[in-house]
Design a protein around this ligand. Structure first.
Ligand code: URA
Length: 216
């Protein structure tokens, strides 16, 4: 797997990231969602640089202009519910993408002894020969990302796969690195050192789903 850690190069992304992690700013859930969305937009722009573009000519009012386009065969898949603002950010840039949604949650919310991933809802178009962008803002153990990909396999074989996460734990990054092939690209805005015993990223930001959608 090829890892693109966007925090390696200082940019405005770091400002959005520091707001996202800041427990005072997090009290504003609209700002929290918007910051994830803004990070999704930056990730979309960065990953777009690795896509293939096709020559295209358009008519302007005064002549014609050569350009390149890539849009048509992208499927954007997000894991509910924390993936929704990240999905929106990516969709702002890949506005012609097809969309897939999956609900995958960690069993241990109900059974503290278990880390098993439960997939309950899945809506996905054909993935055959397409560019799959799989978005999950928190790459903690990495198991949701891998369980999601397993659940998507009956929908066909994508020609390329991009994983998009906001914050990962090193353990989760290592786990997905082993599970995905060498051609798969991970776009991530920060890699933190640790996971706690409940599977939360330390220092991370807390529970992204709760912060975005309530239950504070
Ligand atoms: N999911 C979250 O929302 N936060 C974490 O730290 C780990 C998984």
């Amino acid at each position: 797997m090829q890892i693109h850690n966007l925090s390696d190069t200082p940019s405005i992304l770091n400002t959005f990231m520091s707001e996202l992690r800041d427990k005072t700013v997090q009290k504003d859930s609209m700002r929290f969602r918007r910051n994830i969305e803004r990070i999704g937009e930056i990730m979309g722009y960065e990953l777009s640089k690795s896509l293939q573009f096709n020559p295209h000519t358009i008519a302007t009012p005064l002549g014609s202009s050569e350009t390149v386009l890539h849009q048509k065969d992208i499927v954007l898949c997000s894991i509910l519910r924390a993936g929704v603002p990240l999905h929106n950010g990516l969709l702002n840039y890949f506005d012609a993408a097809e969309n897939a949604f999956i609900s995958a949650y960690r069993q241990h919310k109900h059974n503290p002894e278990s880390f098993e991933i439960v997939v309950e809802y899945l809506a996905c178009p054909s993935l055959e020969g397409k560019t799959l962008i799989l978005a999950d803002p928190m790459l903690a153990t990495g198991q949701s990302m891998v369980a999601t990909y397993e659940a998507l396999k009956p929908f066909g074989t994508p020609k390329e796969i991009h994983l998009v996460s906001v914050i990962g734990a090193q353990e989760g990054v290592d786990y997905v690195s082993k599970a995905f092939g060498a051609d798969v690209k991970l776009w991530i805005a920060a890699i933190d050192d640790n996971l706690n015993e409940k599977g939360y990223i330390i220092p991370g930001l807390g529970d992204a789903g709760d912060l975005a959608f309530g239950n504070k």
